[in-house]
Design a protein around this ligand. Sequence first.
Ligand SMILES: *Cc1c(COP(=O)(O)O)cnc(C)c1O
Length: 360
Amino acid sequence: MQRPYNFSAGPAMLPTEVLEQAQAELLDFQGSGISPMELGHRSKFFSEIREKTEACLREILAIPNNYKVLFLSGGATSQFAMIPLNLLRNKPSADYIETGIWSKKASKEAKRYCTVNLAGENHNSELLSLPEQAQLTLNPDAAYVYYTDNETIGGMEFKYVPETNGVPLVSDMTSNILSRPIDISRYGLIYASAQKNIGHAGVTIVIVREDLIGEPHPMAPTMFNYLAHAEQDSCLNTPPTYAWYFAGLVFEWVKRQGGLEAMQRQAKLRSEKLYAAIDDSDFYTNNIHPSSRSNMNVPFILADANLDEKFLAESQAAGLWNLKGHRSVGGMRASMYNSMPVAGVDALIDFLNDFQRKYG
Ligand SMILES: *Cc1c(COP(=O)(O)O)cnc(C)c1O
């Protein structure tokens, strides 16, 4: 059976090889006699899964020893509150670079707990671009600087790491973690929920510099306390065990593919092909400046919005699924995470060209 190419922004396509491995182990995890879903979170088998999973992530991301890796639930959205509750450390304000829907949501949530300085915004002159370093207005007394490395809905990705002069840098990497090597030591905290590029929904990974986690805000629920999770190896309560196990299979897969350098080469190959096809046509448009275009999520519009429904129906029939843009922006969007083969992008480009010939 040929699986469709699934361009969904999330929950997203997963590597077939990993799904098959999960299937093979579903009824009997490595001779335990039971399913990985049935393993107790404090059992010997699950302890091995936890250790192996964290070790593999530390290896592929080269995470320094002074960083904790937490496996939490509640999705990326819980982090919008958990970050100010834990990282303000009695400071009155934090800097937020607002570049799209996800960073704006995070900033709105932070306003419940502190003063938010708007540290940067997109620029719009014909094409939309992210702020450059020189355009950021950073407050040296801010508790942290927050930004979204890849805006999944807008299709914009930072090509540089903001320099913050010692103020801890916090990044939402939900939709581009594991797509290229990153220098973890530049960050105070990085987080990502799983359903874009790590696995299936349910687990959220937080990589945080040890010295930044201490007593949280006194009103912070225990479940929103990084230190409490860190002290209990992320087993403060029953963690999302299967999502955690599955993430481990994906990390091993990334390693087998050649690690993050290989992921980056594939990501560039996919997105460069698709942007070139869009830019070469006068029928499809992407309005993001090349300096800010995402390697993961490519939004585009058709010259005639009346053709949108036809486009979606015909692409679906051609085995190219979920190309509909986010409901807040309309148009189309192709999300191409690590599991999207280059052949999927080639098939999409053939479809774009055929559709334009028929209706353009
Ligand atoms: C999907 C997404 C979120 C929201 O993730 P949930 O796990 O659904 O809370 C947040 N930030 C970014 C960048 C995303 O792509």
